[in-house]
Design a protein around this ligand. Structure first.
Ligand SMILES: [Zn+2]
Ligand SMILES: [Zn+2]
Length: 308
């Protein structure tokens, strides 16, 4: 007998995810509260498809989409590194932000970014991360790294036995002519490897974040030296949550057609369409609201609702 395929995206994603990690100790490995990404169950809304848009037709007058509204679909996300469904969105968002910062410095300085790995000697493996990070910054100064970002990796993977094990180290995307590496090793046992940068900056971040250390209340990426927040200002990213025609903030919308509420397609689309049938969720508290919103809206407006 053939099993009916689940269409809920959560099941597809987590199955894919489990295929990659179920044979290892990915979910169990932990040190001092640090763990790997994507080990927690998604929240109820994670992965749900919704639509937002701008119904401000008068505001679109004079543009090439006069008389139309703008709508786009999107998947709800908690953007938590720990979420089994949303961790890729977290990786994408963080990699984007970090890439913008690195590229801003590249443009300013005319220098290319480098990927550097620094590993402390085993006799300091159990010092708290805060101190280990401080030592890492000192080491980076000594090898003439001018600045960049530090990504903490508490674990390494041993292929032969398919196990993750505790072995703290840092990946650095940074700048400078890396030198004194050998003296440094002889002095205090830290290993500094200059890997250059073969991949794209975004690709390097994305990959390094995929198995970075995660702990509630801690940043996975930290910036130092010439790229610290006090020294380097980066232009803000254009807000994807505004209407491309009139720049108004996008609101949750839904389509109420001939057969009632129509759920959004489960794919990312952006379109300029006729306004007919489209409504803003909050402006229709009592009638024809999307099913998923009915309960919340009913609770919010209960007294008035009862009087009708
Ligand atoms: Zn989530
Ligand atoms: Zn608009």
């Amino acid at each position: 007998m053939q099993l009916k395929l689940e269409t809920y995206p959560a099941s597809k994603r987590s199955k894919n995810f489990e295929e990659i990690h179920e044979s290892t100790n990915w979910f169990e490995i932990e040190y001092d509260g640090w763990h790997l990404p994507a080990i927690e169950e998604p929240k109820e809304d994670c992965g749900k498809w919704q639509t937002k848009g701008c119904l401000n037709v008068p505001g679109h007058k004079g543009t090439q989409y006069e008389g139309k509204i703008f709508v786009k679909t999107f998947q709800k996300s908690c953007f938590r590194a720990s979420c089994q469904l949303c961790y890729r969105k977290w990786m994408g968002r963080e990699s984007n932000k970090a890439t913008r910062r690195i590229e801003t410095y590249e443009r300013k300085s005319g220098e290319p970014a480098k990927h550097i790995i620094i590993s402390p000697p085993s006799w300091v493996h159990d010092v708290p991360l805060r101190e280990l990070r401080k030592s890492a910054y000192k080491i980076l100064k000594q090898v003439n790294c001018k600045g960049g970002t530090l990504i903490y990796h508490p674990f390494r993977f041993q292929k032969e036995i398919q196990r993750w094990y505790f072995s703290p180290h840092f990946h650095v995307i940074g700048f400078g002519w890396i030198s004194n590496v050998e003296e440094l090793y002889n002095q205090n046992g830290w290993i500094v490897k200059n890997k250059g940068l073969r991949d794209s900056i975004f690709g390097t971040f994305y990959y390094q974040l995929s198995h970075a250390g995660i702990k509630k209340g801690y940043h996975t990426l930290t910036w130092f030296g010439d790229l610290s927040y006090s020294k380097l200002k980066v232009e803000e990213e254009p807000n994807p949550d505004v209407c491309p025609l009139c720049f108004a903030k996008l609101r949750p919308v839904f389509h109420y057609g001939l057969f009632g509420w129509e759920p959004p397609p489960e794919t990312e689309v952006e379109m300029f369409v006729d306004p007919e049938g489209w409504r803003i969720v909050e402006s229709n508290p009592y009638h024809n609201a999307p099913i998923s919103n009915c309960h919340a809206i009913y609770k919010k407006h209960k007294p008035q609702y009862d009087m009708i």
